[in-house]
Design a protein around this ligand. Structure first.
Ligand code: UDP
Length: 507
């Protein structure tokens, strides 16, 4: 990639191509020359909300600095993405999704669009079949850099062939990645809940399932072959100590560019991320506006987690018993219009809706999470600790009740509670392989209610946690402002990529 013959990058352009003067990534030399060509970047997101939403936000970050960004995706995902991205410099390239080949209905192209295991496997199978078409496009129109989800390890080969840098993205915090690397380094493949060698002593509430560690290990290994890792977090939350640990133990570079949800300024922009909300944003806002500060508990388990009727019943009972006001997002398969009273009573105690008509909202489907978390009335978030949800709560200064379920969520729980002190644990002990899976154990209503009270009762412990959460919220917002750590990292990364491009030997 580094060569002696450098390509001249001073271009002379006709007057027509002069860009607006506020276009700060262009330096004009004389009247018509500019020294810096924009980068041409391709982004390849994995189609699941927790992966696609942040990677598209990261694509927007690059395009907002004047670079030419193309997101490569499939038609129905392009429709989802299209709403949430500004049009300047950001393009969508679509490749057809092989729905028929895998037996999915047309238009179902995202993991978050299915509610059970068989279809989720089919979505994944179809996504893995996209390689040839994406590769064909990339090879025929080579970019300066490819930013791809780590679930597409084959991008490594494509980027090497084209001799362009590849940046990896996996949607995890660096803290979680350090923990996974530590598990990976062990001979017993993580047969323990004690994570060794990290800057803090970490004992997880559950042992990482072998299926998960075996699945992740090769992906993490390929990730380390990339030019660098993009992290949707900010340095202050992961902590310098984890960045230093990661770079020292892996020899790999991590770029903290987040929290990326903060690029969306207005409520409307925030609400456009992901799927369409089942309740209008204005309805949420006017309901929340009628509530005092920090009084409402927001409950949501991300886009891939489905609880059994019995588990939902326990949550509902805890809401009833605690008496706090709430917004509770339940999976779409619940609460359908035609659900009978008998079906409903399997997951909702009798009379729950009537009792809580004023006190709460049950959202049956997708909620505009970032808008909700950003409202002053939200005082706590009962979360599955998906990384996006976590960093979105931190950005809004909202403390959390942690209820990890699958993937890397048990690591995030420890960052939230023991390491940064911005949440309390509900006491979940069962680490599922996927969110759809029926769990063997229930988290009981008493534990849930206890955790709700611990966070929301306004006592000394709750106030200390809230104060710390608010401090991290302030730091998150500073990080993405001009001069902040993430803002500076993006500038440094862009400079690096330009240097690589401009020192690439001519073919
Ligand atoms: N999300 C949302 N509304 C919902 C459910 C999820 O806006 O009703 C968004 C949430 O804001 C986050 C993403 O979907 O950006 C979920 O990602 P996360 O990593 O938290 O969890 P996952 O869905 O990957 O388990």
């Amino acid at each position: 990639m580094h060569g002696s013959s450098t390509r001249s990058h001073i271009q002379t352009l006709p007057l027509l191509f002069l860009l607006p003067s506020n276009h700060n990534s262009f330096i004009f030399m004389g009247a018509l020359n500019f020294q810096e060509r924009p980068l041409k970047l391709y982004f390849i997101p994995y189609p699941a909300s927790g992966h696609m939403i942040p990677l598209c936000d990261i694509a927007t970050l690059f395009s907002s600095r004047g670079h030419h960004v193309t997101i490569i995706t499939t038609p129905s995902n392009a429709q989802l993405i299209h709403k949430s991205i500004p049009s300047h410099n950001l393009h969508l390239h679509t490749v057809p999704f092989p729905s028929r080949e895998v037996g999915l209905p047309d238009g179902v192209e995202n993991l978050s669009a299915v509610t059970e295991l068989t279809n989720s496997l089919k979505v994944n199978q179809a996504v893995m079949m996209l390689r040839q078409q994406i590769q064909h496009f990339v090879e025929h129109h080579p970019p300066d850099c490819i930013v791809a989800d780590f679930l597409f390890p084959w991008v490594d080969e494509v980027a090497s062939k084209l001799r362009v840098p590849r940046l990896a993205f996996n949607g995890y915090s660096l803290f979680a990645i350090c923990a996974m690397e530590s598990v990976k380094a062990r001979k017993d493949s993580g047969n323990s809940s004690i994570i060794q060698g990290l800057p803090h002593n970490i004992t997880l509430n559950a042992t990482p399932p072998k299926t998960l560690t075996r699945f992740l290990e090769p992906l993490l290994a390929t990730e380390l072959k990339s030019y660098g890792l993009i992290v949707n977090n900010f340095v202050e939350l992961d902590g310098e100590e984890y960045i230093e640990h990661y770079e020292r133990t892996t020899g790999h570079k991590a770029w903290h560019l987040g929290p990326v949800s903060l690029i969306h300024r207005t409520d409307q922009e925030k609400a456009e991320r992901g799927h369409k909300s089942v309740v209008g944003v204005d309805e949420f806002l006017s309901w929340l506006n009628s509530k005092p500060s920090n009084s409402v508990l927001y409950i949501c388990f991300g886009s891939l987690c489905y609880f059994s009727d019995k588990q939902l019943y326990e949550i509902a009972s805890a809401i009833d018993a605690s008496g706090y006001e709430f917004i509770w997002v339940v999976p779409e398969k619940k609460g359908k219009e035609d659900e009978s009273e008998e079906e409903k009573e399997k997951w909702l105690p009798k009379g729950f809706e009537e009792r809580n008509r004023e006190k709460g909202m049950i959202v049956k489907g997708w909620a505009p999470q970032v808008v909700i978390l950003g409202h002053y009335a939200i005082g706590g978030f009962l979360t599955h600790c998906g990384w996006n949800s976590t960093v979105e709560a931190v950005s809004a200064g909202v403390p959390m009740i942690t209820w990890p379920v699958h993937d890397e969520q048990f690591y995030n729980e420890k960052l939230i509670t023991e390491v940064r002190g911005i949440g309390v644990e509900v006491g979940a002990w069962e680490w599922s392989i996927i969110g759809f899976m029926e769990r063997k154990t229930l988290v009981g209503r008493d534990n849930i209610e206890k955790a709700m009270r611990r966070l929301m009762d306004g006592g000394v412990e709750a106030e200390n946690i809230r104060q710390r959460a608010q401090e991290y919220g302030k730091k998150a917002r500073q990080a993405v402002q001009e001069g902040g750590s993430s803002h500076q990292n993006l500038t440094a990364l862009i400079d690096d990529l330009k240097r690589l491009r401009d020192s690439k030997p001519l073919d």
